[in-house]
Design a protein around this ligand. Structure first.
Ligand SMILES: Cc1cc2nc3c(=O)[nH]c(=O)nc-3n(C[C@H](O)[C@H](O)[C@H](O)COP(=O)(O)O)c2cc1C
Length: 331
């Protein structure tokens, strides 16, 4: 299956995850079979003005390909300029964020605020598609206010302007990250769409992903929170869609992935920042393991790579001795 010119292998896609979806995490998700990975959102104005922190976020590893870089912004000119910079940087696709409900993004007119202004949706999508030969994707929510539904309108604008795929989260911006997910609105969009539709929201397991795809008939399923500390969820999705039982991930493999994640973060960000960055990721990897609270507390005190490795080795042994049954806990 394809998104624009991109050939995708698999149907599970990593969602954009600000604060988590950096290059190391994306590499691991791709290694475990994500069909494509979205980056965390990047500011179009930050790119336009060459902000140092924003430019650091443009780092990616060839092992992530295909990688879809997500931009946020409300100014068509800045979004177009940022898309050109990303194109020169060699990314595979450019995504436009129209779903973020965070007040600091919404008050600038970006993210989910765009859902309130369809003329601006039209201008932004047209400007970005015009600025790059790469596939342009758009990620939306159902609407902004609780009863809003702008999905069909935005689908029409996207198709008119040459957008390559639409990712839909079936809740509104004011619902935030909780609230009921409307699968019917996604299914209806897929029924009418001429472009691929990506279903998003609330997938916790490979079985959920399978049900979501079966119900909505979408081309792809996008997974966010369920991939945290759990990048193998994509392999499990591919497995179950291929008719196999999802493979259980054993203790040794879990700890091996944790250490690979640590090594990738340190290679990208240096020892101090890499170790600090890993605290939040390890907290997710520890979910369901024995004595997780104790070890979460302990990693938060650690500042060096050798010390972190020692602690992970110690915890690995504890988990080996505790036996496999610990992994059957619900995530
Ligand atoms: C920590 C976190 C960061 C997120 N960052 C972004 C982001 O940068 N851009 C975006 O479009 N959505 C972002 N989202 C929303 C997710 O991409 C996704 O739409 C949402 O989590 C629902 O999918 P899920 O239930 O599979 O997690 C974020 C969500 C979380 C939990």
């Amino acid at each position: 299956m394809r998104i624009g010119s991109l050939q995708l292998d698999g149907r599970g896609i990593l969602a954009p995850l600000a604060g988590y979806g950096d290059s190391p995490f994306r590499v691991l998700c791709r290694r475990y079979g994500a069909a494509m990975v979205y980056t965390e959102m990047v500011s179009s104005l930050g790119i336009r003005f060459g902000n140092a922190k924003t430019m650091e976020m443009l780092a990616f590893d060839p092992a992530e390909r295909p990688v879809d870089f997500q931009l946020f912004g409300a100014r068509p000119d800045a979004m177009a300029r940022a898309a050109s910079v990303l194109t020169e940087a060699g990314v595979d696709a450019v995504d436009i964020n129209m779903g973020c409900p965070e007040p600091k993004i919404v008050k600038t007119g970006a993210g989910s605020a765009l859902l309130k202004d369809l003329a601006l949706v039209d201008a932004v999508t047209a400007a970005v598609v015009h600025a790059t030969p790469l596939p342009v994707t758009v990620k939306i929510r159902k609407g902004f206010q609780i009863d809003d539904n702008v999905v069909e309108d935005i689908l029409g604008i996207c198709e008119k302007n040459g957008v390559a795929a639409l990712a839909i989260h079936g809740s509104t911006a004011v619902q935030g990250r909780s609230g009921a997910k409307d699968w019917d609105v996604i299914a209806s969009a897929k029924e009418h769409a001429a472009i691929p539709v990506i279903a998003n929201g609330g997938v916790k397991t490979a079985q959920d992903a399978q049900r979501f795809l079966a119900y909505t008939k979408c081309d792809y399923v996008m997974v966010g929170r369920a991939a945290l500390g759990n990048p193998w969820v994509f392999e499990q999705i591919n497995g179950i869609l291929g008719g196999a039982c999802p493979r259980e991930i054993g203790v040794d493999e879990r700890f091996s992935v944790m250490q690979q994640h640590v090594d990738l973060e340190i290679a990208l960000k240096g020892e101090a920042n890499g170790v600090k960055e890993m605290r939040k990721h390890l907290s997710f990897y520890f979910k369901g393991l024995p004595e997780a609270t104790t070890y979460r507390g302990r990693i938060n005190q650690i500042t060096g790579a050798a010390e972190l490795k020692g602690l992970l080795d110690e915890y690995h042994n504890i988990c080996v001795n505790a036996g496999e049954e610990v992994y059957h806990e619900e995530r």
